[in-house]
Design a protein around this ligand. Structure first.
Ligand SMILES: *Cc1c(COP(=O)(O)O)cnc(C)c1O
Length: 366
């Protein structure tokens, strides 16, 4: 069976050594050695300061809103995983959607300002599939209008924009370390916080509001990462460069085979940033073709995923009146092809063969 992704499992013996040490120490959570070690290791690997590990990427977003006192209305993208928006609604924040670009599927920066109201407190863009947003212009708009910026950078492990970690942009960037992501801690996530005071506040907020002396100084929640999760992260981090390199080969192989097929559009990226080869999204000419591709692949035990469908403004509980022409259109036609370290060339060939078969016959199905 071939799925869209397969969780990367690091060397088992190494993980066992970490587990043994956790057993010896008896300390399973509460800012233990592995969590501290992973925070420093990630700061160094990613080239950022102030990493706060939490138990998942959704809580990272929710804590970011609290830290920046966002509680009314924000501008965001409709083309993302549902958690970007549902985390806002959970905290009573109203998402105002701005449509995406047709080429890179990120928020259309030119349309942000016309959607700012007197209630807008922030802009929450997503670097979708690891393609960086127009961060310089977003920064200018935010400054001019006195707005906070939180990037949902869940897809951006190891991505550098103009030679600087993309996670440094915005007041806060958040990232997910869920098992489906390229770097993972089973479940997990992090906030990367530019301001040192906010960083200290975040450390308390994720632990019920306790400060380092054990007194309760503010309202907090429990968002702590545990020692088993952090141990997994430490093991995966040691092998991540090789894992990314293997994905690069698969990515390039797909690219070479698919780049000239007119009925399939690929995400446009640019040279300001590198790739981490997490996803391989393709956009078909029509949703009919997409559905046919899924059907034929499933018959061969291949399971790509419709990331992201539907466009979030179309989710039943959202009640959004605005039409998101590009996001709705892309969401109807986009498919993420299987990509993971152990995917074999013969398996990719099988996927490409199905795609080519559909495309060659596509005028019949159009
Ligand atoms: C995975 C993901 C999340 C949620 O992260 P979890 O760790 O699963 O809670 C949020 N936003 C985006 C864009 C994601 O891909």
């Amino acid at each position: 069976m071939i799925t869209v992704t397969k969780t990367y499992l690091p060397n088992k013996e190494k993980y066992k050594e970490y587990i043994d040490r956790i057993y010896e120490s008896g300390k399973l959570t509460n800012n233990g050695d592995n969590v501290k070690k992973l925070e420093r290791a990630l700061e160094s690997y990613l080239g950022v300061k102030n990493v706060v590990l939490v138990c998942n990427g959704t809580l990272a977003l929710m804590i970011a809103y609290k830290l920046l006192k966002i509680d009314k209305e924000v501008i965001t993208t409709p083309f993302s995983f549902i958690a970007t928006t549902s985390s806002m609604l959970w905290q009573g924040i109203k998402p105002v959607f701005v449509d995406i670009n047709r080429d890179d599927y990120n928020i259309n920066v030119k349309k942000i300002e016309e959607n700012i109201t007197d209630k807008t407190q922030g802009i929450i863009p997503v670097h979708v599939f690891g393609a960086c947003c127009d961060v310089d212009n977003i920064n200018d708009i935010a400054k001019k209008n006195n707005l906070k910026v939180i990037y949902d950078a869940s897809h951006c492990f190891g991505i550098k924009y103009k030679n600087n970690s993309i996670l440094k942009y915005g007041d806060i960037s958040t990232i997910s370390f869920h098992s489906t992501k390229i770097f993972h801690t089973i479940e997990g996530g992090a906030l990367i916080i530019n301001d040192d005071i906010l960083y200290k506040k975040a450390k308390k907020m994720i632990n019920f509001g306790f400060d380092e002396y054990g007194s309760i100084s503010e309202v907090g929640i429990n968002a702590k990462m545990n020692e088993f999760q952090a141990a997994m992260g430490l093991c995966v981090l040691e092998e991540i460069d090789e894992a990314i390199e293997n994905r690069r080969k698969i990515y390039n192989y797909y690219m070479e085979k698919l780049k000239d097929i007119k009925a399939i559009k690929l995400q446009q990226t640019n040279n300001y940033y590198n790739k981490n080869y997490s996803y391989f999204p393709i956009v078909f000419e029509s949703s009919k073709l997409l559905k046919l591709a899924i059907k034929l692949m499933e018959e061969e035990d291949i399971y790509p995923r419709r990331y992201f469908y539907p466009s979030i403004n179309k989710v039943s509980y959202i009640n959004s009146e605005s039409e998101m022409i590009n996001s709705e259109d892309i969401a109807e036609k986009v498919l993420c092809l299987p990509i993971y370290e152990s995917l074999q060339k013969e398996e990719i060939d099988k996927i490409i063969k199905i795609l080519k078969f559909i495309i060659e016959e596509w005028s019949i199905y159009k």
